[in-house]
Write a protein that binds this ligand. Structure first.
Ligand code: GLU
Length: 353
């Protein structure tokens, strides 16, 4: 009798609970290539292998545990080593992610990606995809064929993160080696260890056994709060922006050549506080007067550029990249140039993103 009333009680509680309590979230894994899909000749080849070989279904089948976290499906968007990504691929990835996240039944996406330019794709998506749903980029430092491959656990953690309701509104995240990083400030800092990714402001959180633990939020604009929108970008290229690396004993030719090639902005990856050698200043002021935006960034890994320090930016009409590294400054500059040619307006964007 007692047993019967208990089961009736359990049944009634079950009927009262919303279906979503039991339903798993839907996560799409969008595969683009990289080492996480690489293949080496044998298991001791952790650094010598070919990237972008393994198809998405094999990546998912290699980690069957992800199906306990969410209903996971795969899409093969590209099969490429990430250093070969151009505006065309970047815009195409952004459009595909945007379309997927507009579907009400999709809760989050994971993008498997080569680690070389993973930070660039992550930052671009954080600027142009208008969604509050989790977007997680993941890669690996060792191919699946290697001993102690890091891809399977990274993928498991990335799916868990994309499926997590607590990751909503956190913007685009990079999941590598158990750490959750914000797209804007994460960077690949070594090309051989599995703990290759670092943010100068620290991780947002950690993934442990498929559960996120959060420690900070990003104070800048991203995703739903961004003024950029992939749906407003026409065609498959962005205004051309190139980077010149600062060092001693420079010649001005690279800046001039990029301007001649059609660059609308040049990121000066300067020494220290984005410094410019005094003999290069006339070249940059001339280019700025000719309509090429000059954006001072730093070659220092955790660079932080102050306006009107080192150079009189107000006087020259230059922009500073603040804490964005040169490759991220390049993307923000390209998007800024789709909206304005005013250096003051471009500078506002560099403070805000
Ligand atoms: N260079 C290749 C890429 O970025 C492999 C590097 C990696 O994924 O770790 O796709």
């Amino acid at each position: 009798m007692m047993k019967k009333s208990l089961s009736i009680l359990a049944l009634s509680i079950g009927l009262l609970l919303p279906l979503s309590t039991f339903a798993k979230n839907n996560v799409v894994v969008v595969a683009t290539g990289g080492t996480i899909a690489g293949a080496g000749a044998n298991s001791t080849n952790s650094a010598t292998y070919t990237a972008a070989k393994v198809p998405v279904d094999d990546l998912l089948n290699a980690v069957p545990q992800i199906q306990n976290l969410a209903n996971v499906t795969g899409v093969q968007a590209l099969q490429i080593a990430s250093e070969s990504i151009t505006d065309k691929e970047l815009i195409s990835i952004a459009r595909q992610i945007n379309d997927l996240l507009k579907k009400p039944d999709i809760n989050g996406v994971v993008i498997t990606h080569g680690t070389d330019t993973l930070e660039e794709t992550a930052f671009f998506l954080s600027l142009v995809v208008k969604s509050n749903k989790p977007i997680v980029l993941v890669g690996s430092m060792r191919p699946p064929s290697a001993l102690s491959a890091d891809g399977p656990l990274n993928l498991y953690s990335a799916v868990a993160l994309a499926a997590s309701d607590s990751a909503k509104g956190k913007g685009v995240m990079v999941l590598m080696n158990d750490s959750i990083f914000a797209a804007r400030d994460v960077s690949k800092t070594i090309n051989i260890h599995t703990n290759a990714f670092v943010s100068q402001w620290g991780a947002l959180g950690m993934m442990v056994e498929g559960k996120p633990y959060w420690f900070r939020n990003v104070a800048k604009r991203f995703n739903a709060a961004s003024e950029f929108n992939i749906e407003e970008i026409k065609g498959d290229s962005l205004p051309l922006v190139q980077i010149v690396y600062g060092s001693g004993n420079m010649v001005p030719d690279a800046y001039e050549a990029y301007a001649k090639a059609g660059a609308k902005a040049i990121i000066h990856a300067g020494t220290g506080n984005g410094s410019v050698a005094k003999y290069i200043v006339p070249t940059l002021t001339k280019l700025q007067n000719d309509g090429v935006q000059i954006i001072r960034s730093s070659r220092v890994p955790h660079g932080f550029i102050l306006r009107n320090a080192e150079q009189p930016d107000d006087k020259y009409g230059w922009v500073v990249a603040h804490d964005l590294n040169p490759q991220k400054a390049k993307l923000l500059a390209a998007l800024a140039l789709t909206k304005t040619k005013d250096p003051a307006e471009i500078q506002r964007m560099f403070w805000e993103y």
